[in-house]
Design a protein. Structure first.
Length: 236
């Protein structure tokens, strides 16, 4: 729950310092110490990865968790791996990102009208966070949703993020958890004047290399979301 003095900066600082999940803390630090050969000269982040983007965003994107040699290395959500490359190309084409690449924290990437975050903030072994780890991370997502008051759409990338997003909107707006099932292009309404929750397959290489998710599919979904902004009436 947010307080009158809460801020995205405070949420960020607490995520970076978070050590609630012993399994994830041990793994993120081991990956940062061992490093991948191609990144052996990089100083890995090895901490919780906070959200990043425009605090006045209408589009809030929720991913799964940091990648071992992506965000866990670079310290910025969806940065430095193939999933990031796919996502940011589409966000650039749709006008949300000022450039089509996301490689490191100092690369000049800026989002306009978009904020990117995740269901779990530490890299999980085998890219598989546990449901209890998602539950421990949920208060961070709820606080972000409370603070991102211009949001008109939440886009969950994958079923795991979909569940986290539905849990978070239930707490944020004090409503029953939506019962809409996850699917690519699924849309869960939250009530008049509130954002819509959208679903997409996650832009992981497993999905993009097999054609389960194509760039055209994702670009089309971003267009659908932008065309369905809810009225700009107060949400809180």
């Amino acid at each position: 729950m947010t307080t009158p003095t809460d801020s995205l900066a405070q949420v960020r600082d607490q995520i970076v310092g978070c050590r609630l999940c012993s399994r994830l803390v041990a793994y993120r630090e081991r990956v940062a110490a061992d490093r991948k050969p191609e990144f052996r000269n990089d100083l890995y982040w090895g901490k919780g990865v906070p959200g990043f983007g425009d605090p006045n965003a209408r589009l809030v994107i929720v991913g799964l968790a940091p990648a071992a040699h992506g965000s866990n290395r670079t310290g910025r959500v969806f940065t430095g791996d193939r999933s990031a490359a796919f996502l940011v190309r589409s966000l650039n084409r749709a006008g949300y990102a000022n450039q089509p690449t996301s490689t490191r924290r100092s690369d000049g990437l800026r989002y306009t009208d978009a904020y990117v975050t995740a269901a779990v903030r530490c890299v999980p072994p085998n890219n598989r966070p546990h449901p209890d780890e998602r539950t421990r991370c949920l208060p961070y997502l709820v606080r972000e949703f409370h603070l991102l008051t211009s949001a008109r759409a939440y886009l969950a990338l994958g079923a795991f993020a979909w569940d986290a997003t539905l849990d978070a909107v239930s707490e944020t707006f004090g409503i029953a958890r939506p019962k809409t099932a996850f699917a690519h292009g699924a849309c869960a309404p939250l009530g008049e004047g509130r954002p819509l929750v959208w679903g997409s397959y996650h832009p992981s290489p497993q999905n993009t290399n097999t054609g389960k998710l194509t760039q055209a599919m994702f670009d089309d979904l971003l267009d659908r979301i932008a065309s369905a902004w809810t009225p700009t009436s107060p949400l809180r």
